[in-house]
Design a protein around this ligand. Sequence first.
Ligand code: ADP
Ligand code: MG
Length: 327
Amino acid sequence: MAKTISNLGEFGLIDFIKKHNTKALKYHNVYLDIGDDCFCFNSYNNSKYVVTTDILIENVHFKKEWSTPEQIGKKSIEVNVSDIASMGNAKPLYAFVSLGIPKDTSINFIKKLFSSIKNTCIKYGIHLSGGDTVGAKDITISITLIGICYDKPISRDTAKYGDLIFVTGTFGDSLAGFEILSAGKKILKSFEKNLIKKHLEPQAKLEIANLISKNIKITSMTDCSDGLFKSIELLTKNKGANIDLKSIPLSRSLIKYKNNNINNLYHYALFGGEEFELVFTINKKDKDRLEKLVSCVKCIGTITKNKVIFLENGKEKKFQYKGYKHF
Ligand code: ADP
Ligand code: MG
């Protein structure tokens, strides 16, 4: 049987596309090419611009029965701002919003969607600068965001041996929220509502990213869109890490949801996607300064030379990749 893209998987497909990258010429002024959270180029006055694009598709990234148009609009901007945040001291500036819409979509839905896109853009100081509009079978929202980076953009794979791995926020909530929505329960407990909120209303960590990168040397950073396991893999390319499982922050709502079942909690924390927390590294000597500067960060491990090892009370625990598969 002919091979299909399910044989390649999402990351295999991206690697394939990368091989088709055209050669950037000198005048393209490429600073950071395909493969990071943002593309970055130098302008002629040496300012650094960062560009990212993300697509949200009905029934893949959201369902109209679960999300209000306001939540969909907000999420579509936040997920892009999250990629700009992971470059460090960066600010989003211009958004291009492209829409694929079925004919029978109500005008009221579009009004609410755009009012939310507008409000989220205003919150971040983003100018809605263009886009494209076409008919489609399912609602498709593709957003390209251009920003400026005031310092050197922070890459995903520039950590050094011995650096400490830090995270913001908690992990696993979004996946739990997705499961609760899928179960279609009518009456929800407050912890279930919290988990659903994390799934439907993600919040980019732009302020924290700006603050920490202005004050501390961040040696590598990414935003956690495909799960913590994947983020750790991205930060440790050609390196390794020791991850202390018990240090991974978990919310009280998730612990309640899983009745304290610790093994299951690790699964949610490592493989649940769409968290949009920051995962980054610093030199050991900056630990105290970082922890004094922001209280919402937690050290979960150290960069090592070889492979990624997950430890529970000092003993290795093995995991197989179980994240969401697009293909
Ligand atoms: P993120 O989760 O941060 O949005 P992705 O995992 O989607 O990043 O993408 C990883 C890298 O691959 C990014 O640099 C992105 O621009 C690039 N990439 C993804 N899909 C494509 C594509 N279809 N064509 C070119 N580059 C792509
Ligand atoms: Mg990203």
